[in-house]
Design a protein around this ligand. Structure first.
Ligand SMILES: *[C@@H]1O[C@H](CO)[C@@H](O)[C@H](O)[C@H]1NC(C)=O
Ligand SMILES: *[C@@H]1O[C@H](CO)[C@@H](O)[C@H](O)[C@H]1NC(C)=O
Length: 396
């Protein structure tokens, strides 16, 4: 059944900069783009959250081909995602646009797909935003052409946004990714967290996890499905959190994580028909599990975790763990336990913490209000504090 109230969804096509690129270059190119765009998208004085899908169009300098594994390109793509999310978050702080808060904006960008696949998912975009310049114009045209080639689809209106000059790094020969021999391919990856009031930091973590799980290449004989395990802290472990009265329930947190993962993972003409959801309530080694599969290629376990380890020490088949800079210690603890069991250690992939320095100038960083506003967008506690205050005020 279609939801009754559709949130407005817009699409921004953003050309990735030539490699090697730096945070300064990203800011020079696209800060003005987001400054023009974010305030346009919000609907002041409503509780409606607008959604912005950001599609980053990779430049030819990204070594992304079907034969290169996700493991090999992970560092490069996670940097690109972390910097882009950091920039969006900084501009949100500057322009006073709320992210991930009722009445605010929900921005996301997905893992790698080609334009045909991307446009085959029938997403009803209200507007497509693009930036000025030849490269961007070419991308825009391929997206519009791909959309129009689908029967019955009318391409949405297009708006072009300003962008600044890229800072070039002539003569640099830095290899875009570390080439130190063959890498392991990961078919079963895990991530964990509370995912309370899903925010842009959680989204980065989930996007990186989805990115890492290796799809089966059409050409290869390996048809092992990808499996993603998302451990979500059980309610019992969260009762003592600050502003505990506004912690979301496990099923709400699971539902929002699942909705986000689906939006970045499933680009299919007929997404609903290939989707199967099972609710498994009998306690296994961990808590309850919501298991979602999309066709034969993807399965996801949203597993309730009742200790800091979850399925990473009960499922031997998991081979990789995605962590944020803040949960580094957790990765080591997991591997110590796996070693004790005689299991293979997980390869640990770290995702950058969002950095206000990507988008804010030094003087803005010194401005307490802007820095705080940035921090508040990536903190569940801060989001709960605001909700708690709003509730308290409403009941007075
Ligand atoms: C996912 O959860 C189900 C139900 O607990 C379990 O049987 C399965 O082993 C889990 N992992 C995978 C890879 O399917
Ligand atoms: C691990 O993989 C084996 C072989 O594919 C399978 O039989 C087993 O059920 C898997 N274990 C879990 C916990 O999913």
């Amino acid at each position: 059944m279609a939801p009754v109230l559709q949130e407005p969804v817009s699409l921004l096509l953003l050309p990735a900069l030539q490699l090697p690129s730096t945070p300064a270059s990203l800011k020079s190119s696209y800060r003005s783009t987001f400054e023009a765009l974010l305030p346009k998208l919000i609907q002041p004085n409503t509780q409606t959250t607008s959604r912005l899908d950001v599609a980053i169009v990779l430049s030819p300098s990204y070594p992304v081909t079907p034969s290169i594994s996700r493991t090999a390109i992970f560092p490069l793509i996670q940097t690109l995602l972390a910097q882009t999310y950091s920039l969006i978050c900084s501009v949100g702080a500057l322009t006073k646009v709320d992210l991930d808060f009722p009445g605010g904006l929900d921005a996301l960008s997905g893992p790698i797909v080609d334009i045909q696949t991307f446009t085959s998912a029938s997403r009803p975009y209200q507007t497509i935003y693009s930036v000025e310049g030849e490269t961007a114009e070419a991308h825009l045209m391929s997206v519009i052409t791909a959309l129009q080639s689908r029967q019955g689809v009318i391409a949405p209106p297009v708006q072009r946004l300003p962008c600044g000059p890229a800072i070039l790094h002539p003569g640099s020969t830095v290899s875009p990714y570390a080439d130190d021999g063959p890498v392991e391919v990961h078919k079963s990856v895990a991530v964990g967290g509370t995912f309370d009031h899903l925010h842009i930091g959680h989204k980065l973590l989930l996007t990186a996890t989805v990115l890492l799980a290796e799809p089966s290449a059409a050409s290869s004989r390996d048809k092992t499905p990808r499996h993603i395990t998302i451990g979500i802290t059980g309610d019992a472990l969260l009762v003592n959190k600050k502003y505990g009265s506004v912690v979301e329930s496990w099923s709400t947190r699971q539902g929002r994580a699942a909705e986000f993962v689906e939006s970045i993972l499933v680009f299919h003409r007929d997404g609903d028909s290939i989707k199967k959801t099972e609710y498994i309530n009998e306690p296994g080694p961990n808590g309850k599990v919501v298991r979602v599969t999309y066709g034969d290629d993807i399965s996801i376990n949203y597993t309730e975790i009742v200790d800091p380890f979850g399925p990473t020490i009960t499922d031997e088949n998991i081979t990789a763990l995605v962590i944020s800079g803040e949960t580094r210690a957790g990765g080591k603890a997991v591997n110590d336990r796996r070693k004790e069991k005689g299991w293979k250690e997980l390869e640990v992939f770290e995702v950058d913490v969002l950095d206000a320095g990507v988008g804010l100038d030094e003087s803005e960083m010194d401005n307490k209000q802007e820095k705080q506003s940035f921090e508040s967008k990536i903190s569940s506690t801060e989001i709960r504090r605001r909700l708690h205050e709003a509730q308290t005020n409403a009941s007075e």
